[in-house]
Design a protein around this ligand. Structure first.
Ligand SMILES: Nc1ncnc2c1ncn2[C@@H]1O[C@H](COP(=O)(O)OP(=O)(O)OP(=O)(O)O)[C@@H](O)[C@H]1O
Length: 260
């Protein structure tokens, strides 16, 4: 279900590294509840764009707003609190923490109990801890990871680590979830299950999802609209069938498989 006010509005955004314009004059509008793909050849600027949205980089041009609030110069943790969570192309879990602690880390700042009650171990602390455990376990159940809650994150198989990263991102209670190649390294069965899961959590948590993915047939199958970046610039935006037949997109992907 979409409304006519964008959740995220990206207006003529760009960033330059030395002489390289990694992202240039990019305009994007995401509406509440949409599941949108961001594709482009290697080095097109996709991850840099995520870094701009999450405050890792400050744009050298243009503006980014979430629900009408300018995000400019906000540090990543503030942007996270305002409702943008992400996963990374290279998994970034706390490998030596348990699976459940990886999830709890994400929403610790949202927890109701205070630092003092935590230190002094007041009953409110235990209530807080218990609530946190219960909530984290709910997330793990959704991702079929509850049986591994006490396992160290680094001991999980690769596909499950990817799912845990999404669970952690979700635990921060985002409005917008950014997924950077969530299916990378997964086998076709795992990928298929993951895509169903993404569609499911979008509904369950009223999320807007922006997804970078290299597997084109997968993006075309699951996303309602797609943005295409090439050499830092948007070269196309539209429904999957429009993107599939767009000459600029076909040219950008020349030599790569666009759709199966
Ligand atoms: N911190 C940085 N300093 C200098 N150049 C950078 C920096 N970050 C990204 N770049 C450059 O910006 C360009 C876009 O990189 P980016 O990683 O965003 O592409 P991508 O579309 O995510 O690629 P891939 O699909 O291979 O992950 C590349 O040329 C990259 O080398």
């Amino acid at each position: 279900m979409t409304t006519n006010k964008p959740l995220l509005k990206v207006d003529a955004v760009g960033i330059q590294f030395g002489g390289l314009k990694a992202v240039s004059n990019v305009n994007v509008e995401l509406y509440p509840g949409e599941l949108i793909g961001l594709i482009g050849p290697n080095g097109a600027g996709k991850t840099t764009f995520f870094n701009l949205l999450t405050g890792v980089y400050v744009p050298t041009e243009g503006s980014i707003s979430l629900e009408g609030q300018n995000l400019r110069k906000l540090p990543p943790y503030k942007i996270n609190q305002k409702g943008i969570s992400r996963t990374f192309q290279n998994i970034r879990l706390f490998g030596d923490l348990s699976v459940i602690d990886n999830v709890k880390v994400a929403y610790h700042s949202l927890a109701k109990h205070s630092m003092i009650s935590s230190i002094l171990r007041f009953p409110t602390h235990f209530k807080g801890e218990q609530e946190m455990d219960e909530r984290a376990l709910e997330f793990l159940k959704i991702f079929n990871l509850d049986h591994y809650q006490h396992e160290l994150a680094k001991n999980l198989p690769y596909g499950q680590q990817r799912r845990l990263e999404i669970a952690r991102a979700l635990a921060a209670n985002p409005k917008l979830l950014l997924l950077d190649e969530p299916a990378a390294g997964m086998n076709p069965q795992e990928t298929h299950e993951l895509m169903n899961l993404i569609a499911f959590i979008r509904e369950k948590f009223n999320l807007t999802v922006l997804l970078i993915e290299h597997d084109m047939s997968l993006v075309m199958g699951v996303c309602e609209r797609i943005y295409v970046l090439d050499h830092g610039q948007l070269i196309a935006e539209g429904k999957p069938e429009e993107i599939r037949n767009n000459p600029k997109v076909i040219e950008a992907y020349l030599g790569e498989e666009v759709v199966s």
